[in-house]
Design a protein around this ligand. Structure first.
Ligand code: HPA
Length: 305
């Protein structure tokens, strides 16, 4: 059954009830939350000592309706660090309100998560980008948000965050640098890029005029996710890292024979998934070392990337 749009937002107590329900069933106390984009859910398999929940069994949770999104919340340890991983996310085009799309971020926060890592599949607007590139997000353009479909619209609950949160520092610089450093070490330098991600509501891919407009506005890539979650994660004080896997080039020319389609997105995601996973696993390992200031972990880095 297709889910109905739900315009009501979950209260702090609703989010707390979900977090407490999860904490009662799993001994893992995650400090890192990971959201896997289309075709990139394989990362969850890297988690050790897993405890997994189907979204349909988690109180207040929406359900994934998109091919390529498994719909499971997986707790476990990644390189010794406690994590929770969403294998599949929610999108506006599924009919969910932007508040429901972002609900998992507030649950992450109440589970004890301090760092959120998000991945997505995206179309390239930047002419220098190639299919298969990995783009580290340095900023975003929230077109639905700018026109009123913003996850923080409505009464503000100060227990989550302030009424007017800053977004000029949405993406943690230190984590972007860590991704660049790790990417270089793993030999990913040729296909690791940085850029601005622009979110649209979807589900149709962009017209030529829309893609040209987004490129003129300063966007390097376009997709249908991530920005809403980043906004809510920042509102409640978690630090954020996000990357886009470039699965196609947005069509910018009326004579182009190319046509964006979801099958191509999944094929490219499958081809690059292993590298995306290695990048994130190694970053998580390094983040832990930075947190604990424990250089003894150094030798660990290269075996199970
Ligand atoms: N546009 C929007 N979303 C996308 C695209 C695209 O070209 N590719 C993958 N997700």
């Amino acid at each position: 059954m297709f889910p109905q749009a739900d315009q009501s937002s979950d209260t702090y107590e609703d989010c707390k009830a979900t977090a407490d329900w999860l904490l009662a069933q799993s001994a893992v106390r995650p400090s890192v939350g990971i959201v896997c984009g289309s075709g990139l859910g394989g990362l969850a398999a890297a988690l050790k000592d897993q405890v997994a929940f189907d979204y349909k069994d988690v109180p207040n949770f929406p359900q994934s309706t998109v091919h390529g999104h498994a719909g499971r919340l997986v707790f476990g340890t990644l390189r010794g660090r406690s994590c929770v991983c969403m294998q599949g996310r929610f999108h506006l085009y599924e009919g969910y309100s932007v508040q429901k799309v972002t609900l998992p971020m507030r649950i992450f926060k109440l589970l004890g998560v301090d760092t959120v890592i998000l991945t997505n599949a995206a179309g390239a607007l930047n002419q220098d980008f190639k299919v298969g590139d990995i783009m580290i997000l340095k900023d975003h353009i929230n077109l639905p948000g700018l026109s009123g479909n913003h996850p923080l619209v409505g009464l503000n609950d100060e227990r989550f965050g302030v009424r007017f949160p800053c977004m000029s520092d949405a993406y943690e610089r230190e984590l972007q640098q860590l991704a660049l450093d790790v990417g270089q070490e793993l030999g990913f330098g040729d296909f690791l890029k940085e850029g601005v991600y622009s979110v649209l509501g979807g589900p149709s891919f962009e017209t030529v005029a829309e893609s040209r407009m987004l490129a003129k506005l300063g966007a390097d890539a376009v997709g249908m996710s991530t920005v809403h979650e980043v906004t809510v994660a920042r509102h409640c004080g978690m630090r954020v890292f996000a990357l886009s896997l470039i699965t196609n080039r947005a069509v910018m020319d009326y004579d182009s024979p190319e046509k964006a389609n979801h099958e191509e997105v999944l094929v490219v995601a499958k081809q690059r998934a292993e590298q995306v996973e290695r990048l994130i696993c190694t970053m998580v390992a390094r983040m832990e070392r930075r947190h604990n200031n424990n250089d003894d972990d150094d030798h660990d880095d290269h075996h199970d990337d």
